[in-house]
Design a protein around this ligand. Structure first.
Ligand code: GDP
Length: 430
């Protein structure tokens, strides 16, 4: 990995050309000189101005562009930065990039290198970096909201508050240790205060851990359609996702395997699974495998839409659907639904939304990924270890380990390969 090299970097930070405008960002000590070389002047800081860019090699016109000069450290990377807002044509971008690459000390940025510099210069912690990564990948509105909060540092500030409080607690515990030989210091009082504050922090950390995880936001709430063959599962799935995702036929057992369809409805990501009909007497080996997989899908489901008999409900919380309600026949219990006429479809969507919302991080929750949850879990365990002991020495050590978990959480103590992996997941120019 060559990440983290020095020098002044540049990259196209807007979308792929051709586009209306192309934003080329430059970051590093050479940003000012680069501006001066192409525009022959440096505009006042943080004020947009128009200039004809010229190739410093031959004086040929490159493009007319909007310039921004952003002196560090109050920039996104913490370094001197410049932006060139050019016309978004391929040749324009190529010409400006070549002119920049020819300048001494300038080179093309690697994926995520701007963000990495922001992290290394203390402008963002690891949690905010992950939030930004999620924000760029967000496809649904609920993903966007959670990622934006993370990128904006809501969780980072919370963690920084915990870190400060832990430092105070460690100092108190150390002081109590130092004075524990002297009879005149009431260390019982100090110990009481320390454990009281740890307990308060444990409640906060525990609440953060108890919130729904971020993965469900990203991967979608798992909805499984199940029931006997020909109940109308495939047709209902198609009606829900609005396209012909599943094979529909009236030969029993057509859906031989699971069909998974990721889809966003009302701003929420779902992963719908259409399962093979649950027929115990199937003689077909392939269909039997499908049925096994259907059972596995049912086990992993967040929400089950059951199109079978009430008595066979696979889980008490499954939603009982009386499908094909437009067909003549006795009224059945459950949500009356017809994929054909649309009866009950809005009610079903609303019901799914209500159920899904309860499974997803809310706007006031921090949506944590597995990495973050693991560290927050360690923090919680060490706090628990600190209150559980009557030995002040052990408590002080647990508090130190708790701080270690926080440093790993924020990236203050991070391994190089983990950082390489994280940043290389970004696009170039970010
Ligand atoms: P699956 O085996 O449970 O996936 O069932 P399918 O979705 O393949 O449906 C079986 C048959 O019932 C097909 O011929 C569908 O066209 C028909 N069907 C499904 N849903 C409805 C419905 O709401 N109304 C009517 N009239 N027919 C339906």
């Amino acid at each position: 990995m060559t990440q983290g090299r020095g020098g002044t970097i540049f990259a196209l930070s807007s979308g792929a050309p051709p586009a209306g405008i192309a934003v080329i960002r430059i970051s590093g000590t050479g940003a000012r000189t680069a501006l001066a070389a192409l525009a022959r002047r440096v505009p006042p800081a943080r004020q947009a101005s128009l200039a004809l860019l010229k190739d410093p090699m031959d004086g040929g016109a490159l493009d007319r562009a909007l310039l921004l000069w952003l002196p560090g450290p109050a920039t996104v990377t913490g370094e001197d930065m410049a932006e060139l807002h050019c016309h978004g044509g391929r040749a324009v971008v190529a010409a400006v990039e070549s002119a920049l690459a020819a300048l001494p000390g300038l080179r093309r940025a690697e994926p995520g290198e701007f963000t990495r510099r922001a992290f290394e210069n203390g402008r963002m912690d690891l949690n905010a970096v992950e939030g930004l990564s999620d924000l760029l990948a967000a496809e649904t509105q609920s993903q966007r909201r959670a990622a934006l909060a993370m990128a904006e540092g809501h969780f980072s500030r919370r963690v920084e508050d915990w870190r400060q409080r832990l430092l105070d607690l460690s100092a108190m515990a150390e002081a109590a240790l130092d004075f524990s030989d002297e009879d005149d210091v009431p260390d019982d009082a100090i110990e009481g205060r320390v454990s009281g504050e740890i307990a308060a922090m444990m409640r906060e950390v525990g609440a953060v851990l108890a919130a729904p995880p971020a993965e469900r936001l990203r991967d979608g709430v798992r909805v499984v359609l199940a029931g006997p063959p020909n109940a109308g599962k495939s047709t209902l799935l198609n009606a829900l996702v609005g396209r012909d995702a599943a094979i529909v036929s009236d030969i029993a057992g057509t859906t031989r395997d699971r069909i998974e369809v990721p889809v966003a409805i009302d701003g929420v990501a779902y992963l719908f699974t259409d399962t093979a009909g649950l027929r115990a007497d199937s003689g077909d080996a392939v269909e039997a495998i499908g049925i096994d997989r259907a059972r596995a899908a049912l086990d992993a489901a967040d929400i089950i839409l059951w199109l079978g008999k009430t008595d066979d409900l696979p889980r008490p919380d499954a939603i009982l659907v009386a499908a094909q309600s437009d067909r003549a026949g006795a009224a059945r219990p459950g949500l009356r639904l017809s994929a054909l006429t649309g009866e009950g479809m809005d009610a079903l969507r609303a019901m799914l939304h209500r159920r899904a919302s309860a499974l997803l991080p809310g706007d006031s929750d921090h949506a944590l990924h597995a990495r973050q949850r693991q560290r927050v879990g360690q923090l919680f365990a060490h706090l628990q270890g600190a209150v559980a002991t009557s030995d002040l020495l052990v408590a002080a050590e647990e508090l130190r380990l708790a701080r270690g978990a926080i440093d790993a959480l924020t990236g203050r103590a991070g391994t190089e390969d983990m950082l390489d992996r994280l940043f290389s997941g970004f696009c170039i120019g970010k």
